[in-house]
Ligand binder design. Structure first.
Ligand code: BGP
Length: 471
């Protein structure tokens, strides 16, 4: 890995959530296009119109002092069909986006898969079909071949846990299944695909480094009892270890496999695939941090997974109970939460980073961190002091972890500008820059954008940024 690279202060997006242009440039249909259209749900057909405005967006990032842009490539924009034919128009679009990054001195940090599976693979069973893993390997190789001369930072997958659990267990994302056995199978195929992608990267001798991005939920327990310790281990396996252990060490957690093997047919986990996992370990970990996982022992009842996709009306309605394993505490009245019920807990990041460092000894990038809020963008600059406070507290947690030995090399705010927030729609805004979805998709930087710009300038000049009044 390049140890001379500067610390990355950037921000992040994902193709489906920001590009729009769902039928332009020879793009094939994605599973999200199909699912949202068929169910008549708010969709990303236009999203933030980044496909047409990426130049303005990258220029704004650069003016904001950001030196890296984490974005994802759209598989259905790049590969036309199951035969693996390349869509040259899609390649041209990303060539231009990558070149624009370099023109403005912004390092492209590229995620190969951020959830927009081509529908032509979903039609064949999607992540339940091992062929999809091989198709991913082909797609990844096309990306390395076509963009590898200008991209030095790659991530195979964004958040396997989140899209696999949501798609196959909770059922609020496509393919909208609620099936624990299929969930385990999809999870394995995704980790296998990731390892095949890493192996292809190494075999091709491409420059740079490759990692995976995980939705990091460090686990805390309500007390020090043995029952809580056991529940914490189950929760850690569920929330973190099947991704981090597998990607970093090449080994799935054996106690998790033992438990799953008692319930399900795992005969698809063959020795050759286990070997591929061992050979496909990553160079770095990308951690997306939104919140910790506070755990108490399982008491009784069926598995329950309820996610708040609606904002304050359903505040407090979230539930995570995995039968026989653990219950997540989401109803503590002392918790500070967002309107969507996500706990705000910066110290989880500090402790989590120290623990991940202790376990894996790998370089880490914080590939997403941010707060989703319903904001009025029609009244000039959004005064998002809450976002500034959120970023400050989390950056302070990262610095404390660095002092304790964590090798953190970058921080990416989610998100670069307002975009489509999956099942929450465009109401849930994370951007440093406001997008007026109702009025021509105009962009207006928020107060947090200015704060981040001044903060970065302070970091880069070695004169740490101080608030007005403290100078
Ligand atoms: C992560 C995803 C992003 C993004 C973010 C915020 O899980 O990688 O794609 O959406 O979370 O989540 P949400 O939009 O559901 O609030």
């Amino acid at each position: 890995m390049d140890t001379t690279a500067p610390f990355f202060w950037g921000s992040a997006t994902a193709s489906y959530q920001c590009e729009g242009a769902w039928q332009e440039g020879g793009k094939a249909e994605s599973m999200w296009d199909r699912y949202l259209h068929e169910n008549d749900l708010e969709n990303g057909d236009v999203a933030s119109d980044h496909y047409h405005r990426y130049r303005e967006d990258i220029e704004t990032m650069a003016k904001g002092g950001q030196n890296a842009y984490r974005f994802s490539l759209s598989w259905p924009r790049i590969i036309k069909n199951r035969e693996g034919e390349v869509n040259e128009e899609g390649i041209a679009f990303y060539n231009s986006l990558i070149d624009t990054c370099h023109e403005f001195g912004v390092e492209p940090f590229v995620t190969i898969y951020h959830w927009d599976l081509p529908q032509y693979w979903e039609d064949e069973g999607g992540w339940l079909n091992e062929e999809t893993a091989h198709a991913f390997e082909h797609y990844a190789r096309v990306c390395f071949d076509r963009f590898g001369d200008r991209v030095r930072y790659w991530a195979t997958f964004n958040e396997p846990k989140w899209f696999v659990m949501s798609g196959y267990l909770i059922g609020n994302y496509p393919p909208a299944l609620q099936d624990p056995e299929k969930c385990a199978h999809a999870a394995f195929n995704v980790m296998y695909a990731s390892a095949l992608g890493v192996k292809a990267f190494r075999a091709g001798g491409y420059e740079g480094s490759i990692g995976i991005v995980h939705s990091f939920g460090p686990v805390d327990g309500v007390d020090d009892t043995l029952d809580t310790k056991i529940a914490m281990r189950f929760a850690d396996n569920y929330a973190n270890n099947w991704i981090l252990d597998t990607a970093a060490t090449g080994e799935l957690p054996i106690d998790l496999l033992t438990d799953l093997n008692r319930r399900f047919d795992l005969s698809y986990i063959t020795p050759d695939k286990l070997q591929a996992l061992r050979e496909g370990t990553v160079d770095f970990l990308g951690l997306n941090y939104y919140s910790r996982v506070l755990v108490r022992p399982y008491t009784d009842g069926e598995t329950q997974l309820v996610v708040n996709n609606s904002g304050s009306a359903f505040k407090g309605s979230q539930r995570v109970v995995i039968k026989g394993w653990f219950e997540q505490v989401l109803d503590d009245p002392n918790m500070q939460t967002t309107e969507w019920g996500t706990e705000i807990y910066p110290d989880g990041l500090r402790r989590g980073l120290i623990e991940v460092t202790r376990r894996y000894h790998l370089p880490i990038y914080i590939t997403e961190n941010g707060i989703g809020v319903a904001e009025d963008v029609s009244q000039g600059e959004v005064q998002d002091d809450y976002r500034i406070a959120f970023m400050k507290d989390h950056i302070a947690a990262i610095k404390a972890a660095q002092e304790a030995g964590a090798d953190v090399r970058g921080y990416f705010v989610w998100s670069t500008f307002d975009l489509y927030s999956w099942k929450n729609g465009c109401r849930k805004r994370y951007g440093l820059v406001a997008v007026d979805f109702e009025n021509g998709y105009t962009r207006t930087p928020k107060k947090s954008y200015r704060w981040y710009r001044d903060f970065i300038a302070g970091e880069q000049t070695g004169k740490p940024y101080q608030e007005e009044g403290q100078r």
